[in-house]
Ligand binder design. Sequence first.
Ligand SMILES: Nc1nc2c(ncn2[C@@H]2O[C@H](COP(=O)(O)OP(=O)(O)OP(=O)(O)O)[C@@H](O)[C@H]2O)c(=O)[nH]1
Ligand SMILES: [Mg+2]
Length: 1010
Amino acid sequence: MADSHDCRSIRNICILAHVDHGKTTLADHLIASSGGGVLHPKQAGRLRFMDYLDEEQRRAITMKSSSIALQYKGYSINLIDSPGHMDFCSEVSTASRLSDGGLVLVDAVEGVHIQTHAVLRQAWIEKLTPCLVLNKIDRLIVELKLSPMEAYNRLQRIVHEVNGIVSAYKSEKYLSDVDSILAGPAGEIGDENQEFVEDDEEDTFQPQKGNVVFVCALDGWGFGICEFAEFYASKLGASSASLQKALWGPRYFVPKTKMIVGKKGLAAGSKARPMFVQFVLEPLWQVYEAALDTNGDKQILEKLIKSFNLSVPPRELQNKDPKAVLQSVISRWLPLSDAILSMVIKHMPDPGSAQSFRLSRLLPKREILDGDFSSSDVIAEAELVRKSVEACDSRPESPCVAFVSKMFAVPMKMLPQRDVNGGIVNNYIEGGNGDFDECFLAFARIFSGVLHSGQKVFVLSALYDPLKTGDSVQKHIQEAELHSLYLMMGQGLTPVASARAGNIVAIRGLGQHILKSATLSSTKNCWPFSSMTFQVSPTLKVAIEPSDPVNMAALMKGLRLLNRADPFVEVSVSARGEHVLAAAGEVHLERCIKDLKERFAKVNLEISPPLVSFRETVEGESSNPFDKFKSLTGNSNCIEKTTPNGRCDVRVHVLKLPDALTKLLDESSDLLEDIIAGKAMRAQDDEHPVESLKKRIWDAIESEISDTNVEKDKEKLKLLWENLLKRIWALGPRHVGPNILLLPDSTTEDNGFSVLIKCSPYVSERLGFVSNSDELETETTSAETQSLKEEANSLKSSVLSGFQVATGSGPLCDEPMWGLAFVIEASISPVSESEAVHQSDQYGVFSGQVMTAVKEACKAAVLKKNPRIVEGMYFCELNTPTEYLGPMYAVLARRRARILKEEMQEGSSLFTVHAYVPVAESFGFADELRRWTSGASSALLVLSHWEALAEDPFFVPKTEEEKEEFGDGSSVLQNTARKLIDGVRRRKGLPVEEKVVQFATKQRTLARKV
Ligand SMILES: Nc1nc2c(ncn2[C@@H]2O[C@H](COP(=O)(O)OP(=O)(O)OP(=O)(O)O)[C@@H](O)[C@H]2O)c(=O)[nH]1
Ligand SMILES: [Mg+2]
């Protein structure tokens, strides 16, 4: 029973894989055998029970994760099926957070793909115990027609590859642990680290250990090595344990001596095959041949049925379709659900042992810095809660803690009409906001204690801190009453009165309190669970408006509901007042819009073309790295602006940051935000965020310096960079972007008559590049200069805002700037007597003038230094049969793709191609590809990086050669960079320079002739 008192009989698992590798098909068979009769075995594999949404069935891909409770040999197994499509990868995060084990599926024909990497990583991050399922073994026999030996080599290669991926994560973690130990204060290596050191040696997935199975989900059969080991034990006269070790790898059976030997033990010229081939694959191949070949030996099937005592109804054996006969025999010989579920029970941990292992990820130990005694009670209780999560304590008196990983909407009519006691419930009472058609349920796992329907709990957001009191914290904690609890059976919901620690449930009644995820707790003195990590962020944005403006309110309500129902969608209002919907990709977007139209808003909508975002930067540097620094000094390299009242002179220099540094600043924006706000000091784990970031900044710079060949230059460059890093005032836009505001060089001094607006290198201080104890200026100055200095001091924020605004919208098309460092020297001079009289109002507030001047100067500085447009790039993985390579390359070429790698997949006619495709060109890409290749190619896109276009958007042919090649400029086709810029400008309503009619005279003469 799911409500069993002992959590040792529970397993919470999810199925993870690349798209189409067969997760939902596998789930079908497990449900048919152990789902309590919700699915007839005949339909298993074809129905796709867990894909219950219409859109999922129509497209034949899973779009959300959903859970089902299975009963197997006294165990209660909560199985979560997850989607494999990139657009829904957030659902993989929500599924793995609630599970303790992950069945990682790999298609034996297609092998490891990008999402396989991604799900292995997710499992690793969430500390799941993984098992490997090699699916679609039938395709090796029927489609690829491999010999058993070839099939073995392929399987071995896949296992090896998957092990390689996991061991890379292990060593990465191991290395970073070692780093933090070296960087941190002297101490012992914790338990956790120890475990990585030990484990590092051994492959994670080993068929002989029993955590790898070979299956065909479509036909419902599968096996692990142990099934065969047991069977052959009596036949070969060996123990099944020793056979299990020998049935994988280079182990050979010598019939004469009845010995198992390694390769060396074989006689020269021996034709022996590895035991896995001889004893496992060959019989399997024979059965397939016997059943499917027209003149196959049908006796083999009969022998099989006899020797294994299989009860196959004669009716099924007489079926005319040889495939159906094969399936009924082989699925009884090697039942899929037994192979999988016995592995789950044996190799995956129960909630108790899993939670103690996963604790450091779920509820990381907090370092309490300020030893405030008044909070010691809170700390003690929070520690108690943590202990009870660690033990998965399911006693009713222990603190109750659950984690909600997502909210999902179900139509009201789908809710059970009867409560636990069989009484009729009126589901429509609750709702509160008038959304009567949809009901929001929380997808949750209980980590400690017991949850009852009707219970009151605290809902903690990820930012909640039990040690803080006051209003700022109050908004992160709410009290809520759980309306009802359900066990999930895919789409079906079974009401339960209570559920214990270790179970996965759906909770009703939290719709008003939780937006996406939250921690539930019976006590206020509890830390919230750590946030989930998502592989990508939603990048595909469109503006939405109702076809009829009258329906605006319905759209807004619809967007609000959608935002709640989809863990990954983002809804916002743009600066221009448009409602912007951000989704992970085209398929996701399409589903969101369908949901909006049909469920949440129920009105017709107008959808804009995708709003692609760009960045703006300047041309890369020349080969001499010192040029970069030269551009920071001197008059010729700078832009000067003066405020309208003539009192403030602004000089701006701009420099392009090394790409690696830009990328680092961009990626670390969350961390930087914390560091700048002074919040990152409390390390959650054993890492030192500031130190490690500092080190990475240096690494980024050093990778640029290392391009220089001369050793002396390297030293010099290093010094120059050191100097720059000590001068960081701010980052931008919005204080954490990839652009840097540098203070003027210390040699730039006030020139007696005007005063420089200066600040302390605030960000450098926070990052620890300079110490905070800056000496204060002590020189004595005249009263006049003193007041000027005070004024300069008050204008600091204007300079800063000017920089923030400029980096937020560049000169090309108002898009944010990318990887630039600005040195802004703004100096103010005293008001002269004559001006003072009519000064005050004429030009507006002085601070505003300074801000505008700084902003204008920054933008002009970018324009002067050969501006370039930067576009987002997708990493794209394509799989195409050889005959469609031509059309595929044509599609890629039309979309400015850059091919990185092309590789024939061994043993199949599939080509795998890796390419970068610009985001701006990616819309409709998958569709076009499908059309041109008759659906034979598939492509998956993952957002990869930002890349500057080398083209000059303002290119006009100047030299003779250029004119020869491009004409005199009037008839030159606009280059791509210019086209992109103009596209964005048009969308934003900014002026665009356009030649509407180029040769009017010629057109007229033509017309006359007719
Ligand atoms: N030949 C063969 N085909 C299979 C097998 N398992 C699944 N398939 C087919 O593979 C396709 C995809 O199966 P699904 O179960 O929908 O795959 P999935 O992993 O759930 O896909 P997503 O949820 O969209 O990521 C279907 O057409 C299945 O019939 C198998 O063992 N052999
Ligand atoms: Mg699926």
